[in-house]
Structures are given as C-alpha cells and as structure tokens.
Design a protein around this ligand. Structure first.
Ligand code: C2E
Ligand code: MG
Ligand code: MG
Length: 734
C-alpha cells in the first residue's frame, strides 16, 4: 500500500494520457490503458486492445499491497482465472492474492519483492484457484513501475496458464523416475556400451551378475570387455556381426568371466542405436545370468542321451548318431561298421559276485571299449551287458577287423578287484554299411545276428554278418511264423519212450516227447523249435498242451486196463520260471482225472540251479501236489549239493552224453559212477538216458543204476504203438 492511489475512473484517464505502451511499463505513474489512449489514435488503441485481448494470458497492473489489488487486467483474465476482469479489478469480487494457492503465497511474495528490491523483473510459477474450482499452474513475469525518485508506483506484468506444460513436464519427470527405478532395480543387467564395447552405463544388477560391487566398479574392472569378458574371444565379433546384420540380437548366449574369474553363462538381448547418418552410436541391451538353466539343460540332456551307469551314449543317442553316420558314409563313400558287443557269461558274474561288482565290471568294460575308439566314433550301451560301437570313416573291412581284434584282446586283460583277478571275454557281431544293410534298423539287426553267431561259435570272437547268416535268419523267421500257427493247426504230436526198471525189466514209465509235424515228410526236432518257442513266448501254451495230452493219454491207458505207469513231461526253463506252472499242472490233473502220483515233471539241471533259492518253494508246492520230480540232463550243468539236498526230487537222469561212452571212456565211466553214488546218497533213483548197447547196460547194472531209457528198450513212438508195446509186454510177462 505504497504511494500508488488509484484514479477513480481509469478508463477516462486512459483516453487522455499519451504514453507509449513501452513507456507505460517503464515509466512511473502511467497506466497501460491510459498510455494507449494518450499516445495513439483510435486505430492504434483498438489494435492494442485486440492484441491484449487475444494475448494468451493476462496482462495486469497491480498495487504492491496485501491483495495485489488489480488496477488493470486484460481480457485474458477471463480465461486465466475464470473471473470477469470487473470481478478482479479493485478486489471487487475477489482479490488476486485470494486466488493464489495458500501454500504458494509466501513464495510468490518473496520472489516478487526480491525482483522489486533489485529493480529487476521477476519470474515465478505458482498455483491459482480458477473460478471453476480447479487449481491451475501459472507463470508470471512482472516488473516494478517506479517514479523518477525511484518510488514504486505499481507492478505490471503478464500471467500465463502453464498447467498443460507443467503436467506434461511432470509426466515426463515421473516417467523418467520410473525408468530410472526400473534401471536401478531391474533383476536383469542393463547396459549401454560404445560401439567398441566400453561400458557407458550399467545398472546394479549387471554389476552383481559380473561379481562387481557397483556399476562404477564394473566400468573400472572391464576396461576392455572384448578381451576380459568373453571366454571365447571370437564371441564379441559374432555379436557385432549379428547386430549389424539384424539391428538387434536376442537370446545371445555366451560364457563370460566374472570379476573373480568364475565362468558363468549369460544371455544378451541388445540393439544398436544409430545417429541420423546411420552410424552406430552405441549398443544397449539386457543381460541375464542363465548359468542355472544351462546346467539344468545339460543335466537333462545327459539324462536323455546318456547311460547313467557308464556315461556312454544310450539307445536314443545311438540311433541319432547312426542316422548321421549313415548319411556321412553315403556322402563320403566310406564304410560304416555297426558292432554289437555282448559280454560272455555276464549273468553268471552278476549272480555270483553281486550287482555291485557287475556294475563295476560294466564301467570297466565301457572304459576299455572307449579307449580303443577314435574321437568321433560312438560307444553306446543299450542296457544290460549289450554295447554297440559305430566305427566310421573306414573303407577297408580288414582295418575294422583289426580295431575289433585289438579291442577283444584288451577286454580279456585280467580285471583286478578286491574279490580277486577276473578275466572276461566278449562276443562281437559286425554289420557293414553299405554292404550288409542300408538302414539303421537293418544294420543293428544284422549286427545283432552276427553277435549271436559269435556266441554260438564258442564266444570270445568276432563274426561279420554273412549271406549264410542272412539265410539262417530268414529260415528262423519262417520257423517262428509257422510255430505261431502250429497249435491251432494241430501239428504237434507226442511220442512216448519207455522207462525200464533195471532189476525187473518192467516198463515203469513213459517219457512224453513232443514232435512237430509240418507235413507228411517234414518234422522239426524239439531241440530246434523249443528254444524258439521259449524266446517268442509260445512255450506256455505248447507246454500246457503237452501236459494235458500226456495226462489224458496216461489216464486213457489206465482206463483201457494197461498196467499203471508214470508219464514224464519235460518242462522247459522258461516255462518253469512262469509263476503259473503249479496251477497249470494241477489243472491238467484235475481235467484228466489222472492221479498225481502218475505224473512226473522233468526239469533240466540248469533250469533249477539257475535261481535255486527261488525255486525251492515252487518245487515244494509241486511235491505237495503229489507229482514226482526228476532232474533231467544231469551232469551237463552245475549243481549245488546243498540245494540238491533241499529239493524234494525223486530222480536224477544221467545225460545221454555220459552214457554214450561209459564202456570206452574212463572219465565218463567215473562220472556216471559218481552220479549214481551221489543220487543214492541223497536217497534218489538214478535213471540212465540213451542206453543203446548191451555193454552200457552191463556197466549200469554193475554200478547199481536203478532205471534205464534208450533205444535198447525202445525209441520214442506214437501213443498207439506204445500201447501195443505195453500190451505185448503185459501178455509176455503175464
Ligand atoms: P530229453 O528230455 O533229454 O529227451 C531225451 C532225448 O533223447 C529225446 O530226444 C529222445 O528221443 C532221445 N533219446 C532217447 N533215447 C535215445 C537213445 O538211445 N539214443 C539217442 N541217440 N537218443 C535217444 P528228442 O525227442 O529229440 O528231445 C530232445 C529234447 O527236447 C529233450 O531232451 C527235451 O529236453 C526236449 N523236449 C522234448 N519234448 C519236449 C516237450 O514236450 N517240452 C519241452 N519243454 N521240451 C521237450
Ligand atoms: Mg527229458
Ligand atoms: Mg535228457
């Protein structure tokens, strides 16, 4: 409330005063309106009014008092404040001070006063309350108007609405703050580098990933990232090359060295930033530590493609490699050898020394196989003791044979474990591409067949696949197919061979022996088709048929009034291992109404001894059923005396191979004598099989054998013929 006193009628004065607008602002005691009127003609006044009216903002003149009492406001007032100029002038409805935000008032005052004090113009930003009730941001620029003595007459200036600008600025700041937060707090590392790779920016996460204390530490540590960071020195060049080609890279994985030297895997997403001329200004992007994922992937891959026991390739990786190897051999015109390797008698080791030692052995064999293979060739384990080798890049089969021979020799080197020194051998079968097959499947199949051939020819040797072998395979496949239909085509028959009591010469039993009649001329030996039936799972139905037919036949003979005898039925190892056997036998007896004491089950020595512990119970069940039990082919396998003692066995059948030469071969004679003594000691009857000559009979009688079977007394014959034989004996003895 300085010396400035408003004139009562400003408008009138405006008209009379002749001061320029410019002077009006600078010269004391002259109002703008007055000066307009005074200085110019009507046209100029109109023009100035128009300009002021259209000015985006409010031009004012006010007093330096507590209300900022307005003496003049331009038309812009309406838009700026929402009030008519009339309302604001001389605080008629509202004072300017009143519409300034209370929080901003002291500051506004301070800034205005400071300007006035120094006779300088002032700028300030603050909020005003618009008549609509909204707060608006305004920017004011003003200056004091002084008289010639320097007394302040008024303040003049302009106020503009800057709400929109202020808002967008705030939004910008907010966005910036948010981005900064993202940058600072991101879990991913974020960087900006120069085109040559020096760090321009790095966030704390990146520092953490690289094992640095802070972004600054990181930038100081990695002054030459190309050399210091990437484990593969060419990696950075590949990165640049990709970015140059595509403008960006994503998921670019590399191994990098942390500050402490530790090596980790990272994945980078990055892009190049260009200037207007298309030159790269910098690279920017993100970095993720993917070490965990990489390790996990490696583990999964290992599990999916490698054998856990030996670390060798597994079946699935072998198939993949085999396809590749075939493609390469075709392209290069070289041979490829697919080799099946199978340890000889591995099962025996596993059973006798335990699985733990068996596993050790497999690992040792894997190592020996690998040691003899070239880099790039494959050694795979299919499971159990089966291995497959892929030998590539050879043209000469002899060279392949040489490699395998070396391997065979190496494998048979003694193997030392705490339990002692052991020697192992293996059998190998080879199929060559392109000679023996074109596809992975055929090559594997043929190598497998060759390996079986190697087993057959005495083990510890290498067999190459041959045309004859192929023929044998074809034949065997044919046999298998026919065998599948033999039962329904009723091609099986049983022959019966008499068993004689040595003391009385009476027929006391009959061994049922199966015959397969393919046609009138063609029959197949049991020794040929029984193993096949076992292998393809046909032995159970065939065995059941034999059991029922033999029981029924025996019952029929008894019903026909023939002297009762025991019928012996051969049960194969595979059939015996089938849990159903006891049930099948009980069922056969039940159906045919044959008394159990007239049935004998023949089991081969190897079948029972193979898993003796397990079969004690089963043999006891058979015994409980009331059937007799004989051990067939005795002397050809290995027997444990302790088990023999525990088994509820009735008979031992001395194998024909020993009986054959008892009269001439001292060893065989000793063996047979021993078996007879052993059997008797255990309280068992001893039967000699394959007795053909009087000399053999004499020897057996002399040594106290109990029963006999052989061509000397009768070959196996069909049931009717056997019945005739029984009848004739019945009549001759009766
Ligand atoms: P195996 O049980 O030892 O049967 C004795 C074999 O010796 C029979 O051969 C028989 O014909 C033959 N044989 C008997 N006496 C003499 C002789 O004086 N001299 C000669 N050289 N041989 C004689 P086969 O019938 O060819 O049977 C061979 C093997 O096939 C049998 O040996 C048995 O292990 C098996 N087999 C036969 N029938 C069946 C069956 O129904 N089921 C099962 N699982 N195996 C059977
Ligand atoms: Mg037999
Ligand atoms: Mg036998």
């Amino acid at each position: 409330m300085n010396a400035f006193v408003p004139s009562k009628n400003t408008k009138k004065k405006e008209g009379r005063r002749k001061t320029s607008t410019k002077r009006a602002i600078n010269e004391p005691s002259t109002s703008i309106a007055a000066s307009i009127a005074a200085q110019t003609n009507d046209e100029t006044a109109r023009m100035l009014r128009t300009l002021l009216g259209n000015l985006d903002g409010m031009v004012y003149r006010c007093r330096d008092d507590a209300h900022w009492t307005m003496e003049f406001v331009s038309e812009g007032c309406r838009r700026l404040t929402g009030y008519d100029p009339e309302d604001l002038l001389f605080n008629r409805r509202v004072s300017y001070q009143a519409i300034i935000h209370p929080e901003d008032r002291p500051r506004v005052q301070e800034e205005v006063r400071a300007g006035l004090r120094n006779s300088q113009r002032f700028d300030c930003e603050y909020r005003i309350l618009h008549a609509s009730g909204d707060w608006r941001w305004v920017w004011e620029r003003g200056t004091g108007v002084f008289d010639s003595e320097g007394r302040l007459l008024a303040i003049e200036g302009i106020v503009q609405d800057v709400t929109a600008r202020k808002r967008s600025l705030n939004a910008l700041r907010e966005a910036e703050r948010r981005y900064y937060n993202l940058f600072e707090n991101a879990l991913e590392g974020i960087f900006r580098t120069t085109p040559s790779g020096q760090f321009l920016d790095a966030n704390p996460a990146l520092a953490r990933i690289f094992g640095c204390d802070s972004p600054l530490d990181l930038m100081r540590t990695y002054t030459d990232p190309e050399k210091q960071l990437y484990v593969d020195p060419g990696r950075r060049a590949q990165f640049i090359e990709l970015v140059n080609r595509h403008g960006s890279v994503s998921g670019f994985e590399s191994q990098v060295r942390k500050k402490n030297g530790e090596i980790i895997w990272i994945s980078e997403n990055a892009r190049a930033v260009y200037d207007e001329d298309g030159r790269v200004v910098c690279f920017e992007g993100t970095v993720e530590d993917v070490t965990e994922r990489k390790l996990y992937q490696a583990r999964i891959e290992q599990q999916a493609n490698y054998d856990t026991l030996t670390g060798l390739a597994n079946r699935s990786l072998l198939n993949e490699r085999l396809q590749e190897a075939i493609a390469n051999a075709e392209k290069d015109g070289t041979r490829l050898a697919v080799v099946f390797v199978d340890l000889d008698r591995f099962k025996f080791i596993n059973d006798s020394l335990g699985h733990h030692v068996g596993d050790e052995l497999l690992r040792a064999i894997a190592a020996r196989l690998k040691a003899n293979m070239r880099e790039g060739d494959t050694v795979a384990r299919l499971g159990g003791d089966e291995f497959v080798l892929l030998i590539t890049g050879e043209r000469d089969p002899d060279a392949i044979a040489a490699v395998l021979e070396r391997m065979l020799k190496d494998i048979s080197q003694p193997w030392s474990i705490p339990q002692g020194d052991f020697t192992f051998t293996c059998s190998m079968g080879v199929a060559l591409y392109p000679d023996d097959g074109q596809t992975a499947e055929t090559l594997l199949k043929h190598a497998d067949s060759a390996m079986y051939r190697a087993k057959e020819t005495g083990r510890n040797n290498i067999q190459f696949f041959t045309a004859q072998l192929n023929e044998a395979i074809t034949e065997r496949l044919e046999l298998e197919n026919n065998l599948r239909r033999a039962l329904e085509r009723q091609q099986f028959e049983l022959n019966y061979q008499p068993r004689i009591d040595l003391r009385t010469g009476a027929v006391i039993g009959a061994e049922a022996l199966i015959r397969w009649r393919l046609s009138d001329e063609q029959t197949v030996e049991p020794s040929r088709f029984i193993p096949v039936a076992e292998e393809v799972g046909l032995i159970a139905p065939i065995g059941k048929w034999v059991l029922e037919t033999a029981c029924a036949q025996n019952k029929a003979w008894q019903d026909a009034g023939l002297p009762p005898l025991v019928v012996s039925v051969n049960v194969s190892a595979r059939q015996f291992r089938h849990d159903d056997l006891v049930h099948t036998i009980a069922q056969a007896l039940d159906r045919t109404k044959l008394a159990p004491c007239y049935l004998e089950i023949e089991l081969t020595e190897s079948a029972v001894m193979h898993d003796a512990e397990r079969f004690v119970a089963m043999l006891n069940e058979l015994n409980d059923l009331g059937v007799q039990i004989a051990i067939d082919d005795f002397g050809t396998g290995y027997s444990s005396l302790s088990y023999l003692k525990r088994f509820p066995v009735d008979r031992l059948k001395v194998d024909r191979s020993f009986v054959q030469d008892i009269a001439t071969d001292a060893d065989d004679a000793t063996i047979v004598r021993t078996i007879i003594a052993l059997g008797h000691n255990l309280g068992l009857k001893v039967v000699a099989e394959g007795v053909e000559t009087a000399e053999q009979l004499a020897f057996l009688r002399e040594n106290g054998c109990d029963e006999l079977q052989g061509y000397l007394f009768g070959a196996p014959v069909p049931a009717e013929e056997f019945a005739r034989l029984l009848r004739s004996r019945q009549s001759s003895s009766g």
